[in-house]
Design a protein around this ligand. Sequence first.
Ligand SMILES: O=P(O)(O)OC[C@H]1O[C@](O)(CO)[C@@H](O)[C@@H]1O
Length: 539
Amino acid sequence: MSGDETGVVIVDAELAEKAAPLAQRLAADGAAAKLAAQDPTLWGPDAESEASIRLSWTTLHKSSRPLIGEIEALRAELRSEGVDRVVLAGMGGSSLAPEVITATAGVPLTVLDTTDPGQVADALAGDLERTVIVVSSKSGGTVETDSHRRIFAKAFADAGIDAARRIVVVTDPGSPFSELAEKEGYRKTFLADPHVGGRYSALTAFGLVPAGLAGADVARLLDQAASVAETLAEDTAENPAVQLAAAWAAAHEAGAEKVVLADTGSGIKGFPDWAEQLIAESTGKLGTGLLPVAVEGPDAPGFADHGKDATAVAIGAPEGAAQVSVTGPLGAQFLMWEFATALAGRLIGINPFDQPDVEAAKKAARALLDDPEKLKGGEAPATVDGAVEVFGSEGVSTDGKLADVLRAFFGSVADGGYIAVQAYLDRLDDASTSLLRTEIAKRTGVQTTFGWGPRFLHSTGQYHKGGHQNGSFLQITGAVGEDLSVPDRPYTLGQLQHAQALGDGQVLAEHGRPVLRLHLTDRAAGLAELVRAVQEAAQ
Ligand SMILES: O=P(O)(O)OC[C@H]1O[C@](O)(CO)[C@@H](O)[C@@H]1O
């Protein structure tokens, strides 16, 4: 983990000048100290009741301490039984932080936040004799996580392993998972603080248990957070969280609602993927908010060549086109970004603790699963080009070859809008799909995000439906080789994955957004054709 001082520097003089009065306003309002003291009135009367049950994260560096011994004891116990492979089933806030923590610490953790049958089958093919699965869900009702639990429980049983001894649950008190864990006699249940929302839960049991069981030094994370906690509570314009919030809000006011995040050698692995959920789900609502755009590095398109609609934020040194630089070790950064996001919410005028538009896509997917005929896709593709079937929402041109379709699609992006590539594929075996982000951003000059479905539905999905309505959506789905059934459920993983893509596409289309779905009937061949067509379309 990076040993740098925790700090925020607004490198861009023009932005610094615009941010200064907002930072002064936050300091004069006493907002940082009130936030540290968990004052729920900071976001106005409409947000007060939700905020009053969502602020315990400001003191987790103290309240999470007792967990450390429990995690260490369980890890030692498991290792003494030869169990040293940790699989984590969890969506959004229930897996993004442990993924960053373990990647940064260099310890292996298999994260399941997918419904791709191939990706889940690969996780099942690991050595089950040595495997423990951490099933993490605040609500205890998330369909992906429950499906993984069912699939692994059966696989353990089929392999003659006592499944209950290999399932560890992290959930909120009283959730369906906590009741189930008791009934089934699962190995251990960690009950998290219900007064912390998923995206603010990095330093609760949700972040610490899977990462600690996998071997990361989670006590150190709490030390790092503690080292910056007092500074974050100071009502000064120099407070780094105040600086970051003021920079974001000033940029937003000036029409730069996109925040492009690039790592510039922080030593933290994958931080933008965690920050994406925090920023998008917290701010993207009521037709406003900040759109995080996670990019590959400071030379990547979107960062290096960003226009007036975006702010370039470096995680690490202020390289290249960076307008803001944020430094510090991971534990401190978690807390600092959470403070900054909550304070930015106050400046932008939204409630940073709800996610009003997430449910719509879940509902649409459920409705499709209940109607197998619709799900089978009676709908015929508008065009087929090689291994790619083309489906478009109303008003999206599907005429001609794939390159023509893409040319028309790129050409129709709103002024100052963005393109979101959403791939419902295997993020390990189909990893190269993410290169499409770079290709499209480079060739169109439009800010372009990339998300794996259904993972992004629990992250940036809120913004796409609730934030600024200027996105154009490119969905990619793929043929499923061998499907996996979900024990005691009337659907397979492949059907669930398909329903999630179609359901979210429907909701986006109902918001009047253009949705182009490209279905790869052969994943490898279709992807190669798609990359070629993108290059041809944007010549
Ligand atoms: O921990 P849970 O309840 O399974 O939820 C997972 C994620 O889903 C969301 O509720 C959005 O769908 C996130 O806010 C959350 O982090």
